[in-house]
Design a binder for this molecule. Sequence first.
Ligand code: IFM
Length: 444
Amino acid sequence: MHKLDFPKDFLWGTATASYQVEGAAHEGGRSDSIWDIFSRKPGAVYGGENGEIACDQYHRYKEDIALMAELGFKSYRFSIAWPRIIPGGDDGKVNKEGVAFYKDLIKELHAYNIKATATIYHWDLPQSLEDKGGWAERRTAEAFAEYAKVCFAEFGDTVDQWITINEPFCVAYLGYAFGVHAPGICDIGKAVRAVHHVNLAHGLAVKAYRAAGLKAPIGITWNPNTPRPATDREADKQAALVARAVETEVFMLPILGKGYPDLVLKELKLPVPIQDGDLDSISQKIDFIGVNYYNEQPVAFDPNGQFKYGAKPSWQNTSDMGWPTVPGGLARQLLWISGISGGLPIYITENGFASDDKPDENGRVHDIERIKYVRRHLEVCAGLIKQGVNLKGYYAWSFMDNFEWAYGYTRRFGIVHVDYVTQKRTPKDSAYFFRDVIAGFGEW
Ligand code: IFM
């Protein structure tokens, strides 16, 4: 018999994000975010869908939290919507209704002894700030710090763990270089500026957090792309290093106090808009690293690629996202992160699998491929802990099926099925698998 053994204090959580689950887009004083506007652009989101209703968690959070408790989860990672807290973006006017919503949600979590892990920014920038240039402008980093201060003042006594920003890679590159996420811009110059401003936003927020004397751990969540070379040719090995530098090290190294990689500043000469003192602001001490891991890609030298590398096909089984299942990539990645961060505590803040499994005639959802995926990644986690990696927790992405950004509702990551017509929640078999693992019966 195989058994998944984890330390007693390992934190088992599950995660969502505001725009993906809350709905109530025009309620409670919330203003439009870049995703509300982007979703209205023809062709931007599959089927013209949007997060206006999503999973209606704004109204159904009590039901959702009760289900999390039933499944045994110890922590819920949710995100706070900036347009609910400061609808004007940077005018300092705090929306009491928005604050009350998150206070109630946190209270409900605590009533079940579930920890509140709050992400301050999971992509819903107030549109008014995008109208002034968004993340390509330094003022957005400063506005973010002011917004974060409001979150610290309002929720600082109750949030158990803070994450400043989710996946800076997606904010900067998907939003400003590839245009596939809001605000839908394709401009590498703006993307490079966004890289720096997102890093700066994080640093300014952590500085404010320390100044406020708050004690709960604070960190950031990256989705580090650490591709492996497709072959053992030197050119492909170098291509993998360039990919890691451009896609990942530009975010991680400055925050870990190591500055921007030379490869990016000196060789590729990317015009990062660093001002005096920025690197100090960015490299505030963090208490943990959040890692979102889904897959690992092989890359090779490609003379036509913008940075002379390109992704190569994989042989592994893929999810509905087309992402190959590569549990070994998680091990490679966490060992690398552990090394460069000097063993800072790591939480897997997202890991999961998209597949469209529906309730059968008995109302059960047999999502076997998701269970296989999760089981293999958890085996890697257990092994890494035994090897001494300081891995402290794991959050399943996602608690429930939800609005999967440009894919609309066509990709289902939930361990709980959502019927978007009736809003009925149905735990999938993977939810019961997690329940058993958390209870100490993770065997097969
Ligand atoms: O749904 C997203 C989430 O918002 C950020 N990380 C990746 C997930 C799956 O694409």
